[in-house]
Design a protein around this ligand. Structure first.
Ligand code: SAM
Ligand code: SF4
Length: 436
């Protein structure tokens, strides 16, 4: 693989890959909805697809310039979809163990819209925060700094959000602007003060290493400013350039590619940042995440989902997983709204993976944490990953990416920082050339 940041996806979000999901599997998804539930924990993901501006690097399904009436219609549809889904046998009466408001930008919604949405969700699921005597152990809410106000932050706390994740990305105004972010650094500090004052159980800051215009000096300043925020966790993504981004479209038109640092440089920058956070007492929790106090910070959404939990996905283009079946909702606005408003689940495509594929999924997602509990996987799937993928483990060791194989595999820092590029070695369709 070239070291240049070429257009194309890098991040491994799921297995088997989305390209294998088809509309032929929709009946299997609906059958899973109508069948008895699995024994896995159940979580909820809500996709809020609105943003003030489309960042030039972003590949998510987002809408900008949406009318107030359309935003209102969509938030009502989400509550309606929750009601439709909660009436199905695989969901009815089950407690929600985790909830995730993602996007897009959940904080784009007004306090009134959010309150109505949360009331609607409560009618369907009756989840409550951990401080209200049980219910969801974690309710994450993603925010873009410029969409927050002090009353909105306080309202989020009283609605039961337990984990606030702020999309900071960078502290340099020129870099934020060059990458099409809607916020500037002053809004980061202002919103952070409100978040701190509200006293959420957990706070997270997102950064991207390698934004257009980034230098090692500017990255050092961004890391220093982030350290000062003292968030409970920090997530550092390495900039990738998927095809459906403004940067790639612009490059196709002008013939000049977006000047994003190469992968080796981005890894060095993340490595440098990891060391600064470790010096401040943080510990590494995955290839992208550092946590301040591991005994206090738990990522229910990440850890349960990566270990095979059910995930009910609401919203346009949302990805879910139920009773071992993958699915995605309608990816277009009209298709999504028409289905929900007619009282139907808006499922568009899916895939029923084989047991072996589910095992590969848990291996690749689990490896992102840097340590794989192969004993648990052997008990669950009846296959020992250390034996079945012995050649891959040896290859990783030879490449300096594995610290130990036994009793369970542990990645080196080098392996952790390039983990997404290593994962296809475990894919069935990768072929023998991937087994290095
Ligand atoms: C849904 S957004 C977070 C909430 C809000 N929309 C925002 O951006 O502030 C999720 C995160 O994905 C990351 N991200 C998006 N596009 C990316 C890309 N091309 N490369 C790396 N990270 C990316 C950003 O760090 C962003 O904060
Ligand atoms: S990175 Fe966040 S704010 Fe930017 S377009 Fe994507 S979802 Fe919207």
């Amino acid at each position: 693989m070239s070291d240049t940041t070429e257009p194309g996806g890098y991040f491994v979000a799921n297995y088997p890959p989305f390209s294998k999901w088809t509309d032929a599997a929709v009946p299997a998804v609906l059958a899973a909805m109508d069948a008895l539930p699995s024994h896995e924990p159940l979580g909820l993901y809500l996709h809020i697809p609105f943003c003030r501006k489309r960042c030039k690097f972003c590949y998510f399904r987002v809408y900008t310039d949406t009318s107030a009436a359309d935003v209102e219609r969509y938030s009502q549809a989400l509550a309606r979809e929750a009601e439709i889904a909660a009436a199905h046998r695989a969901i009815a009466g089950r407690p929600l163990r985790y909830v995730y408001f993602g996007g897009g930008t959940p904080s784009f919604l007004s306090v009134k819209q959010l309150e109505r949405l949360v009331v609607g969700l409560h009618r369907s699921f009756g989840w409550s925060g951990p401080n209200d005597g049980g219910g969801a152990e974690e309710v994450t809410f993603e925010c873009e700094p410029g969409t927050l106000s002090e009353p909105k932050v306080r309202a989020l706390k009283s609605m039961g959000m337990t984990r606030i994740s702020l999309g900071v990305e960078n502290f340099d105004d020129a870099i934020l602007e060059a990458n099409g972010r809607a916020h500037l650094s002053a809004e980061i500090q202002r919103s952070w003060d409100w978040i701190k004052a509200a006293g959420f159980p957990s706070t997270n800051v997102d950064l991207i290493a390698g934004m257009v215009g980034e230098t090692f000096e500017s990255w050092q300043r961004t890391v220093a400013r982030t350290l000062d925020l003292e968030s409970d966790s920090v997530t550092i993504y390495q900039m990738e350039l998927p095809f459906n981004t403004v940067f790639v479209h612009d490059a196709q038109e002008t013939g000049e590619s977006a000047p994003v640092a190469d992968w080796q440089t981005k890894r060095e920058w993340v490595n440098w940042a990891f060391d600064r956070f470790l010096e401040r007492g943080y510990s590494i929790s995955s290839g992208y995440t550092l946590v301040r106090d591991p005994s206090n910070v738990h990522f229910r959404y990440r850890d349960m989902l990566w270990a095979g939990a059910d995930l009910l996905a609401l919203g346009v283009a949302s990805f879910g997983h139920l009773s071992g079946v993958h699915y995605q909702n309608a990816t277009h606005w009209n298709d999504y709204l028409q289905a929900v408003e007619a009282g139907r689940l808006p499922v568009q495509r899916g895939l029923r993976p084989t047991s072996r594929e589910l095992l590969i999924r848990e291996i690749v997602l689990g490896l992102k944490r840097g340590v794989l509990d192969t004993g648990r996987l052997q008990l669950k799937f009846g296959i020992d990953p250390l034996v079945e993928w012995a050649a891959q483990w040896r290859g990783l060791a030879v490449d300096g990416c594995l610290e130990q194989i036994h009793p369970w595999p542990v990645l080196t820092r080098r392996g952790l920082l390039m983990v997404d590029s290593l994962l296809p070695r475990f894919f069935d369709e990768a072929g023998p050339e991937a087994i290095k």
